[in-house]
Design a protein around this ligand. Structure first.
Ligand code: F6R
Length: 603
């Protein structure tokens, strides 16, 4: 949540900052702002709303500065307006700062600054005002670093900061704890950013700033220290990604592109798991005895990642006969979970940054559990905390709604289940080759045209209902989340057998119910649910690979056929496409749904 950037070099800094921010807008888009150092004076430009508003504001302004910092915000403390937008500046105009994270003790720190008139309602401003108090016009670089370290030691919470000091125009300072921060190393120029996509058009040489590190960049130099000001080595890594991978290409939105990349995410993830012999280093003893494992496996995640976990729990229990518990990370962290040294905890997170998932992982570690992370960002905090990491290779996911990362997560989970089964001589209904076999089917098929005549009707509704049984229930839960999230249509998923226990009360002639039916052994039961719905006069859209069921509903979407157990890889696509098409129909930007941001780094 929130993206920050910094640039120092020879180019026109406002242009570069805007380009950097464009690729971080997925982290928040309530407001945007930049601070430039114009000949020893800090100039701030901010705007409410999308980055484009800031661009329009500064379009005809000509800055000579070659160093600056920028920010795109997802509001936590204080309304999303210009006043609360970052950068913030100290009362004496000496220090400007952008921040990603949360300052938990900001109220207490404010007591130190009774004589300062605060301008914003943010938690961040207290940091810049403290720095403004300690850094004077006479402060040299060393003194500035000392004051930044001093303030960092005072803060409780998480942060990545980029900081400018008026009388030092040739330096940008930074510090990090808990929120992501990377340095891009260029020739005669250097960068700061919250994430790699921002930097790709400029450089592939990256330094990952670690928690408890701070430092300074100039056009020629990068210096990293710990908070005791002991200098650290610069470890530069070459990132194997091209700028095209974070550009739209022929697509109009990232969500559309990323849905289409689902098959690539599957293939790439599985290929890596096999080529890298991912499970080679896992603690095999933990997974060896199913009777011991039973009730000792815990899956923890949020949102879409949790839906991937729900599916995995179902398949693991059904195929390997081993009990799995599952929790929202936000619940797990406060419920005194029943875990101990024998437990295996699996944390699923696309970003690897989600605050609740991180806190749950830390708790599980404290209890002695063996912690496995499934994440799309190998360098994330979750990766660094886990005992074992299963990386997904979906590529950078930019749209706020997760699509290809979900497909990559279920691929990794299916591979893990296959590994557990092999280790325990358990015969299951699929193997990796079968999953590879599904890749082309997913790639070559799309339901976009099949939805065509239905979208308008769906978009007139305030609520849409989804129904499924078995794995289909977990898939429709994800379908409902996607639809809610980007089209703002209230959507709910019901387990087929549960309808008559309450939710059937909602079904009338006006209702549209989308039923997913991909499991042969659940056909009859699901047909019962359809009958119950149709009897109440509702419209049913049935999605299934069983063509002979075509006339069981008013509308039918035929899925390509693969083994029942692998149908989730196919069936998720039309659900994602439905959400996308509804957002388009309603003229909404599916990449940037209101009130949301990609990485939820706050509680
Ligand atoms: C929904 C969505 C969110 C995330 C959730 C967890 O489309 O993207 O529900 O799945 O915020 O995020 P990660 O996986 O990054 O931990």
């Amino acid at each position: 949540m929130c993206g920050l950037v910094g640039y120092i070099g020879q180019k026109s800094v406002s242009d570069v900052l805007v380009q950097l921010l464009e690729r971080l807008e997925y982290r928040g888009y309530d407001s945007a702002g930049i601070a430039l150092n114009e000949n020893g004076k800090l100039i701030l430009e901010k705007s409410q709303g999308l980055l484009v508003n800031l661009c329009n504001k500064i379009e005809n302004k000509h800055f000579s500065a070659t160093s600056g910092i920028g920010h795109t915000r997802w509001a936590t403390h204080g309304k999303p307006n210009e006043r609360n937008a970052h950068p913030h500046i100290s009362e004496n105009g000496q220090v400007a700062l952008v921040h990603n994270g949360i300052i938990e003790n900001y109220n207490k720190l404010k007591n130190e600054l009774k004589d300062i008139k605060f301008i914003s309602e943010t938690d961040t401003e207290v940091v810049v005002q403290l720095l403004g108090k300690y850094i004077t016009k006479k402060s040299d670089e060393n003194h500035i670093l000392q004051q930044i370290a001093r303030v960092c030691e005072m803060i409780k919470g998480s942060y990545a900061f980029a900081i400018m000091v008026a009388h030092i125009p040739n330096k940008i300072f930074f510090a990090k704890k808990g929120s992501p921060l990377i340095i891009g190393c260029g020739k005669g120029e250097n960068f700061l950013a919250s994430d790699i996509p921002a930097l790709l058009p400029f450089t592939n040489n990256i330094i990952y700033v670690k928690d408890g590190e701070m430092g300074e960049i100039s056009a020629e130099q990068i210096k990293i220290f710990d908070f005791k000001l002991k200098q650290k080595n610069n470890i530069i890594k070459k990132i194997n990604l091209s700028p095209e991978q974070v550009m739209l290409g022929n697509y109009s939105t990232f969500m559309e592109k990323e849905i289409a990349q689902g098959s690539y995410a599957m293939q790439n993830t599985l290929e890596h798991i096999i080529k890298d012999r991912t499970f080679y280093k896992i603690k095999k003893t933990k997974f060896q005895d199913l009777s011991m494992m039973s009730s000792n496996i815990h899956i923890v995640a949020c949102g879409t990642a949790l839906h991937a976990g729900m599916l995995a729990k179902y398949v693991l229990e059904k195929e390997c006969r081993v009990g799995v518990s599952l929790d929202y990370a936000s619940e797990f962290r406060y419920k005194k979970p029943l875990i101990n040294k024998k437990s295996i905890c699996i944390f699923i997170s696309q970003s690897g940054e989600t605050a609740d998932t991180i806190a749950s992982l830390e708790l599980a570690k404290k209890c002695g559990a063996y912690c496995v992370a499934i994440t799309n960002v190998i360098t994330s905090r979750i990766s660094s905390l886990a005992d074992f990491v299963i990386p997904t290779y979906a590529g950078p996911e930019i749209a706020v709604a997760s699509t290809k990362a979900y497909v990559a997560q279920i691929t990794a989970l299916y591979a893990l289940i296959e590994f557990v089964a092999k280790l325990n001589n358990k015969k299951i209904k699929y193997n990796s080759n079968d999953i590879f076999g599904v890749v082309k089917t997913v790639e070559n098929w799309s339901a976009k045209l099949l939805w065509h005549d239905l979208i308008k009707d769906i978009c007139t509704k305030e609520s849409i209902y989804f129904v499924g049984r078995g794995v289909d229930f977990y898939l429709v839960k994800e379908g409902a989340l996607k639809l809610t999230e980007i089209s703002y249509i209230h959507a709910e998923a019901f387990a087929g057998g549960e309808l008559k226990h309450g939710s059937l009360a909602l079904i009338n002639e006006e209702a549209i119910v989308i039923v997913l039916l991909t499991q042969k052994d659940l056909i009859d039961k699901t047909l019962n649910a359809i009958a119950e719905i149709k009897t109440r006069g509702a419209t049913v859209i049935l999605i299934s690979q069983f063509e002979y069921l075509k006339n069981c509903a008013q509308h039918f979407i035929l899925l390509p056929k693969v083994k029942d157990i692998l149908m989730p890889f196919v069936a998720i696509k039309p659900l994602q496409e439905l959400a996308f098409l509804c957002a388009k129909e309603k003229n909404l930007n599916p990449d940037k749904p209101r009130n949301l941001a990609k990485s939820v780094t706050v509680e």
